[in-house]
Design a protein around this ligand. Sequence first.
Ligand code: CDP
Length: 226
Amino acid sequence: MSLAPVIAVDGPSASGKGTVAARVAEALGFHYLDSGALYRLVAVAAGRAGVSLTDEPGLAGLAIKINISFKNNELWLDHENVSELARAEETSASASRVAAFPAVREALLQRQRALRCAPGLVADGRDMGSVVFPDATLKVFLTADRAVRAERRHKQLIEKGMRVKIASVVEELQRRDERDSSRPVAPLRHYPDAQLLDTTHLSIDEAVQTILGWYGQGVRGQPRSP
Ligand code: CDP
């Protein structure tokens, strides 16, 4: 039995990969996995349960047992809508700390793979093409210059009514890029089997059309051992 196709979209924070991946999924009628949301929900659950962000076994235990669901654009944890907290900037930093632990990543692996079903899945994150779906049909590494990413994130935060300085957004992005790229497990990296999509000068729509074009033309990732 052949597995459902997967389009893996990996890349750094604020590159636009979430919006682009969700639109590609919509255009193809595929399911969509926002894998970062899982790490965010583990971080929120840790805060609730009083589990320290340095307690790897405790965090992995939460990653196995928490009840997670996605409804439209909302994130639910144990039957509570925690979208706002899960997407807050302080949770971005905690999620990145939680995500550096191998036991947490291992605990979330099967949850992610279980979402691969017909007619297909578009998954976004840091390790979709390298670890979670090494046989993904198409792998994309979506990025943009850090200054442009910081501007995009700053604009989003301002729209949410938050007052933040662009300099602190740049600093926070840099810290997270470094932590995500330097960890020994599933680091954020552009592997050669992923198509590079630099969105510094591209609109969301152009990025979506590029990925749909690659997929339609049969551009394929190379299967790799996890
Ligand atoms: O939206 P943004 O790119 O800012 O963050 P996200 O995709 O929600 O991911 C939050 C954090 O989770 C990242 O900084 C990573 O440390 C971690 N993450 C990961 O390690 N692996 C993934 N597949 C997805 C996210």
